[in-house]
Design a protein around this ligand. Structure first.
Ligand code: CTP
Length: 398
């Protein structure tokens, strides 16, 4: 692959910094120009000389370097790249980014840039799972920061778990996805995916069996065509794809808020299995047996229908709205009626009755239903369905 794309690579101070040297090589092999920035802590792990030699570029280290400022000011440096990559993104760097600190070169560049930012977190498992890091990650994802990894596995510190920096090929793939040019470049798509959880009390909830596999595959296929994807996901068992902006939600009402916040978009793809009802009398304390044998009664309220609401928007409706219909009988009739009822442009219908092996399986057989068209695709892998649908979406928006 030959590219004239430029990467500003911020190397944080973690043991995984040694992998960043290989990352520079692999990115250059793929045709990217890489400008390294080292934090003072990173210099404890890799030397400016090795980063500079591998990048065949000057390495930037100091915010108050008069020579650098005379050559290229830090604001200019932050914008000269097409993508800013932070690898390893330490807990400290993530905290600085989440809170808007700008007290050294790396954090200042990250505040000043107007380009997409991709981080590859890397830290000890306890640090990764610490509530502060959870909060910072959520804030960064809300801000549109892209993430790759971390992986799970044995760590340099001897512990085991999530926190290990993604491997170099994974980071290269995420960089390419973030910079992909394709028929959907410049387009924004909101994709919902996964189940929702509707609380009964602080420890119990109502859920469904959606894994999020099809929604994830669709988001990945759209990114591969160059789209910017806001991925609004309930608590799915499949991890989100790389290169999307993840908005993690739990309930249908949170999903609705997140979708409306993500608009405007050129298209909306509503693949989530949204709970139709929520528990109206959900308790704010754990419900306890009182010994009298009285059973709790749950009152239900209807959840907002996100697909119908977005389809009916008079201002800001995406040009193309796609819904899903998983049915067990009279699939085409039910799906056709659903399309009309919800007001969306297309419905992707599938038969999830027992015996088809589709629910929880890796294949799908779908019918794409439009206002006047209905087209059944042969049975194929869910990734293949996703790619075909993404192509159709790009053609419809062209
Ligand atoms: N959907 C939504 N918000 C809801 C319910 C469903 O956005 N509250 C979307 C789903 O993401 C999907 C489509 O609507 O794209 C159809 O979902 P489905 O659960 O099949 O529709 P229902 O309205 O629940 O229809 P029914 O109960 O009649 O099957």
């Amino acid at each position: 692959m030959s590219t004239d794309k430029r990467i500003l690579l911020v190397i944080g101070g973690g043991i995984a910094a040694f992998k960043s040297l290989d990352l520079i090589r692999r990115l250059r092999e793929r045709g990217f120009a890489v400008t390294p920035v080292l934090t003072p802590a990173a210099e404890q792990f890799v030397t400016p000389l090795s980063a500079s030699a591998l990048a065949a570029q000057k390495v930037y280290r100091d915010l108050f370097d008069l020579t650098d400022e005379a050559e290229m000011g830090h604001i200019e440096l932050s914008r000269a790249a097409d993508l800013v990559v932070v690898a390893p993104a330490t807990a400290d760097l993530m905290a600085k980014m989440a809170n808007g600190h700008a007290n050294d070169l790396a954090s200042t560049l990250l505040m000043a840039t107007d380009k997409p930012v991709l981080i590859a977190p890397s830290m000890n498992v306890r640090m990764w799972e610490h509530p502060a890091t959870r909060r910072n990650l959520a804030a960064l994802q809300r801000d549109g920061i892209l993430t790759v990894g971390p992986d799970e596995g044995p760590m340099a510190c001897g512990e085991y778990g999530p926190g290990r920096m993604a491997e170099v090929p994974q980071i290269v793939a995420a960089v390419e996805a973030a910079l992909a040019d394709g028929p959907m470049t410049g387009r924004h798509v909101v994709v919902t995916s996964g189940p929702t959880h509707e609380p009964i009390d602080p420890v119990r909830y109502i859920a469904n069996r959606s894994s999020g596999a099809q929604g994830t595959a669709i988001a990945r296929a759209l990114v591969a065509l160059g789209a910017r994807v806001t991925f609004v996901t309930g608590p799915a068992s499949v991890g989100p794809p790389q290169g999307v902006e993840v908005v993690a939600v739990e309930t249908a009402r949170q999903m609705r808020e997140a979708v409306l916040d993500a608009l405007p978009a050129d298209a909306g793809v509503f693949a989530a299995a949204v709970a139709d009802w929520r528990v109206e009398n959900a308790a704010d304390r754990k419900m306890k047996k009182d010994g009298s044998g009285t059973l709790p009664t749950l009152d239900f309220a209807e959840n907002p229908d996100i697909l119908a609401e977005v389809s009916a928007l008079s201002k800001g409706r995406p040009q193309l709205v796609v819904g899903f219909a998983a049915e067990t009988h009279d699939v085409i009739a039910h799906a056709t009626a659903k399309r009309a009822r919800k007001g969306c442009d297309w419905i992707v219908a599938n038969d999830v009755s027992e015996g088809t092996g589709i629910m929880g399986g890796s294949e799908n057989e779908v019918t794409l239903i439009g206002a006047e068209t209905s087209e059944t695709w042969p049975r194929m892998g869910k990734d293949e369905v996703a790619r075909k649908l993404a192509l159709r979406i790009s053609e419809a928006l062209a």
